[in-house]
Design a protein around this ligand. Structure first.
Ligand code: PLP
Length: 401
């Protein structure tokens, strides 16, 4: 990873390697992404517009990037890959592309990016097990008469738990209902393949997938996307424009929702990481993350309690959130950063309803500072045992003091 050896100075004057345990917010940049961007920069130009070598090279690079991402997500014939700014952007785009009067079935525990954009919501309470999630979707679908869609996270950004997407998709499809997967925390850790997940749409962010150049992805069924109003009106999205207002035809295909000059470097960076992950031993990467999880759990000091919806044995990615009864997580995070050179995150992680629920479940002696929330450590490619050990040791010292 670029910047693996970043150093930071502690108040004691000591210099230490910065331990980045905030991958769930933004992961470090992969060498492959940095290299792809560096290689393109000297030839960089406008996409889809010019005739010179810069523009032609850039257009090819952009469309090759789309093809690589299509392979990464296991796009089926007819699926589209649209480059967006991030997951939030991708899900907002899709929310505006839903057929009229569609009811969106979702759980209250979603990240705000997958909670707020949807119209006509049927919000289900956060489930206590994967089976409960599946049953809740089935019951909800049974009570719906009009068009509906289910949107669900692939892996939760608070608990790291992996959701039963395949089962939910199978049930939804049996009711002729499509499934959208928020893959922001899934894609960096586990294969996020539309076909294997049985999902109809998938969204994810470059900056969480080791490609922090401002890009994101929405992939999935073309029909809703081609029928929808363009996400942004302007050049690229329009095919022909007449003299009078409204006298125009819109493009179909990805261009319809990529109005304006696209983020070429973002797309190329994402594709570089996708290409690397396509040939990587993902089982080995997953096992490494799981070893770090086990190590972190073993090292957790008394007074730090891991929160979960589905219980400790449920599969999860490299994310752990902790309730710290009697302590303010924000202050603990601040001290970890300043005194120990460790970056984590504290608060409610843009999932306020879920964190409220999890904190309330710990209520008896949890610090009740307004919005105190939880402390989250998250890791991925390039994370080390030393990162985890430093975190648990520092946390123990802080909780003792
Ligand atoms: N969905 C999940 C599960 C997330 O964790 C996040 C970000 O943390 C998002 C969506 C939003 O991602 P972005 O901020 O890149 O749009």
């Amino acid at each position: 990873m670029v910047g693996d050896d970043l150093k930071t100075e502690l108040p004691t004057g000591e210099t230490v390697r910065f331990a980045h345990l905030d991958y769930a917010a933004s992961a470090p940049c992969a060498e492959a992404a940095a290299q792809a961007v560096a290689e393109l920069l000297p030839r960089y130009g406008s996409v889809h517009r010019g005739t010179g070598v810069r523009s032609q090279t850039s257009t090819v690079a952009y469309e090759v990037a789309r093809d690589v991402v299509a392979e990464f997500v296991g796009a089926r014939p007819g699926d589209q890959v649209i480059f967006t700014r991030n997951t939030t952007d991708a899900l907002n785009l899709l929310a505006r592309a839903l057929p009229p009067s569609t009811t969106t079935i979702l759980f209250e525990g979603e990240h705000h990016a997958n909670l707020l954009p949807w119209p006509n919501q049927l919000r289900l309470p956060a489930p206590k097990s994967a089976d409960e999630a599946i049953n809740a979707v089935e019951n909800a679908l049974g009570g719906i008469t009009g068009p509906a869609v289910v949107t669900v996270t692939g892996a939760g950004n608070v608990t790291g738990e992996v959701w039963p997407i395949r089962e939910i998709s199978d049930i939804a499809h049996a009711h002729d209902v499509r499934v959208i997967v928020d893959g922001a925390q899934l894609a960096p850790h586990l294969p996020a393949n539309l076909d294997h997940l049985g999902a109809d749409f998938l969204a994810f962010s470059g900056h969480k997938l080791y490609a922090p150049f401002g890009g994101g992805v929405l992939a999935g069924r073309a029909d809703w996307l081609d029928a929808a109003e363009p996400y942004l009106y302007g050049g690229g999205a329009s095919a022909t424009v007449g003299d009078r207002p409204g006298d125009l035809t819109w493009a179909t295909g990805p261009a319809r929702h990529e109005g304006g000059t696209p983020n070429l470097l973002g797309a190329v960076a994402i594709a570089a990481v996708c290409a690397a992950l396509l040939v990587a031993d993902r089982d080995a990467l997953h096992e490494h993350e799981q070893r770090l999880l086990t190590r972190l759990r073993r090292g957790l000091p008394e007074g730090a309690r891991e929160v979960s919806l589905f219980g400790p044995d449920h599969p999860r990615v490299g994310i752990v959130s902790l309730a710290l009864p009697g302590h303010d997580p924000a202050q603990v995070a601040h001290r970890l950063g300043r005194e120990y050179g460790i970056g984590v995150r504290a608060g409610q992680f843009c999932a306020h309803p879920l964190v409220r629920r999890l904190v309330n479940a710990e209520k008896s002696d949890t610090c009740d500072a307004p919005g105190a929330g939880l402390l989250r450590a998250s890791w991925g490619l390039g994370s080390t045992e030393d990162d985890v050990d430093r975190f648990t040791k520092a946390l123990a010292e802080i909780l003792r003091s």
